[in-house]
Design a protein around this ligand. Structure first.
Ligand code: DO4
Ligand code: MG
Length: 278
C-alpha cells in the first residue's frame, strides 16, 4: 500500500482508492509499532476519500534525516574513478566498492528536500551536475525498514571530482534532494528485477534516458541499514538512499528548466524541474 503526505493530511492508497489516515503527524506515523498493520486497519475501517485529488502531494518527510549510500553499483564506481582521476582520488572509489564497510554520507534535512512537482537545484558554483535516481528506504527508529520511496541525489560532479573531500559540498545544499511521490509500505522490498528508470527532458524534448534493475545493487539493504544505525540513533527514523546505478555520459550536465522523471514501478514516478541559483 502507498502512503502519501499531502496538504490535507496523510492518505493511504489501496486498490485505486484513497483512505484518510487519522494520525496526521508524519513523525508519529513513522514511529508506529507496526505501520503496515495500522494502515491496513485504516483501510478496513475507513471510507474511500473523494478529496484526495484536490490535495497537494508533499515530500514524505517529517523530522527524518536523509542519508545516502555511495558506490553501490559498478557504474557509479567507474564514473567516479574517471571524474576524480586527475585529483588522484580514483582509487578510493574502487576500494570502497569492494570493501566490507559501505560509503554512507549525510545527504539532507527536510528543508533541503523537494517533493513531487517541486524544484531541485543545481549549485550556483557548479558547472557539471547530474541527478542520481535511487531506491530510498524509510527506516523507523528501531532500525526496521518500513517502506520504500523514489529518491534523487542531486550531485555536482565537478566539485566532487576536484577533490573527494569536497563531497559534502557536492551533495548537500538547498534543493539537493527529492523524495516521493509516496512511500510504499511493505514488509518486502521490490524484487531485484524491478527497474529504476530516468528520463530527462529539455524544452519538452528527450535529452537522456536510462534504466537499471535493482539486481545490480551490490549491497544488501539490511547491511546498509545495519551500518547506518551502528553507533547512531535516529529518534524519528531516517531515509537511506541506496546509491545510483545510472550516470549520464560525461558530455551531459543538467540545466535550468530541465525536467527529471524517475520511476520505480511499484512506488511511482517522481517528477521535478531543475533551477540553478535562487
Ligand atoms: O562517492 C560519492 C557518492 C556516490 C553516490 O552518491 C552514489 O554512488 O550514488
Ligand atoms: Mg548517489
Amino acid at each position: 500500500m502507498k502512503l502519501y503526505r499531502t496538504t490535507n493530511g496523510a492518505y493511504v492508497e489501496h486498490g485505486g482508492s484513497y483512505y484518510s489516515v487519522a494520525e496526521n503527524l508524519w513523525d508519529a506515523l513513522v514511529m508506529q509499532d507496526d505501520l503496515h498493520l495500522y494502515l491496513q486497519s485504516a483501510i478496513a475501517n475507513g471510507e474511500a476519500a473523494t478529496e484526495f485529488p484536490s490535495a497537494q502531494i508533499l515530500a514524505p518527510i517529517g523530522n527524518q534525516e536523509v542519508w545516502a549510500a555511495g558506490v553501490t553499483y559498478y557504474r557509479s564506481r567507474s564514473a567516479r574513478m574517471e571524474e576524480s582521476k586527475s585529483a588522484g582520488g580514483g582509487d578510493f572509489y574502487d576500494r570502497v566498492y569492494s570493501a566490507e564497510r559501505p560509503e554512507l554520507f549525510f545527504k539532507a534535512t527536510a528543508s533541503r528536500v523537494a517533493g513531487p512537482g517541486g524544484y531541485v537545484r543545481i549549485r550556483s558554483d557548479a558547472r557539471w551536475s547530474v541527478p542520481e535516481p535511487e531506491l530510498t528506504l524509510l527506516i523507523n527508529h528501531r532500525g526496521q525498514i518500513i517502506g520504500y520511496t523514489v529518491g534523487n541525489d542531486m550531485s555536482s560532479r565537478d566539485i566532487e571530482g576536484e577533490n573527494p573531500l569536497y563531497l559534502p559540498q557536492a551533495k548537500v545544499y538547498d534543493g539537493s534532494c527529492a523524495l516521493g511521490p509516496c512511500v510504499l509500505i511493505s514488509p518486502e522490498p521490490p524484487p531485484p528485477s524491478t527497474p529504476i528508470r530516468i528520463e530527462i527532458s529539455r524544452g519538452g524534448v528527450a535529452e537522456f534516458s536510462a534504466a537499471i534493475t535493482l539486481a545490480e545493487l551490490k549491497r544488501e539493504l539490511s547491511s546498509l541499514v545495519e551500518y547506518l544505525f551502528r553507533d547512531n540513533t535516529f529518534p524519528f527514523g531516517a531515509f537511506l538512499m541506496t546509491g545510483t546505478g545510472i550516470v549520464p555520459p560525461d558530455s551531459f550536465t543538467l540545466a535550468s528548466g530541465d525536467r527529471i522523471r524517475i520511476t520505480i514501478d511499484p512506488i511511482g514516478t517522481l517528477e521535478n524541474d531543475v533551477v540553478q541559483g535562487n
